[in-house]
Write a protein that binds this ligand. Structure first.
Ligand code: UDP
Ligand code: MG
Length: 176
């Protein structure tokens, strides 16, 4: 296993709805329990411009303005996690982008069950999912979709000096 594998980083952000629902700790706990190393963490109310920059690849989409307004409407918890396959593992842990659409199509099939979205918004409260007021913006947590996006997102949300260099003593039990 190469060193680079262990130092892959992903940008994870508990969104406005996740913060309001008191899920920051739960999401941090899941990454910790998987053995990922926390490299940076901040709690902030991002500006509209900042969020627009974060989602700029989606600027042609009809939901872009609403999404950016939503994401700048309250505080978020932004973090960087490091470890083997951090990006892909983060995506798997988050689950589907739109759990409502996914649930309707796939009715609780294996890849969805046990993900953050399913557990926090799905399998333990399926009725909430089918409320007509459910917005597809409100899916609790963001995670980078590739190593390249992770690098861009990390540098948008954190200054270099905010990325903390430390030795995670448990890593020998995780990787060796
Ligand atoms: N989103 C939305 N409507 C859509 C698709 C996406 O409001 O039809 C929001 C949703 O909050 C999603 C975010 O836009 O998480 C970014 O969309 P993307 O396709 O990048 O999904 P993600 O990478 O978050 O799974
Ligand atoms: Mg995305």
């Amino acid at each position: 296993m190469s060193k680079a594998d262990k130092t892959e980083r992903t940008f994870i952000m508990v969104k406005v709805d996740g913060v309001q629902r008191g899920l920051v700790g739960e999401i941090i706990k899941r990454f910790e329990q998987k053995g990922y190393k926390l490299v940076a963490l901040k709690f902030l109310k991002p500006s509209l411009d900042h969020v627009k920059q974060h989602y700029k690849d989606l600027s042609s989409k009809g939901f872009y303005d609403g999404l950016c307004k939503f994401m700048s409407s309250g505080p978020v918890a932004a973090m960087v996690w490091e470890g083997m396959n951090a990006v892909a593992a983060g995506r798997i842990m988050l689950g589907e982008t739109d759990p409502v659409r996914y649930l309707r199509k796939n009715l609780l099939q294996a890849p969805f069950v046990g993900t953050i979205v399913s557990t926090l918004d799905g399998e333990d409260s399926v009725s909430r999912l089918i409320l007509p007021t459910h917005s597809s913006c409100s899916n609790i947590c963001h995670g980078s979709d590739s190593v390249e996006s992770a690098q861009k997102e990390i540098s948008l949300w954190f200054k270099e000096e905010e990325l903390v260099s430390w030795v995670q003593t448990s890593s020998q039990w995780i990787y060796e």
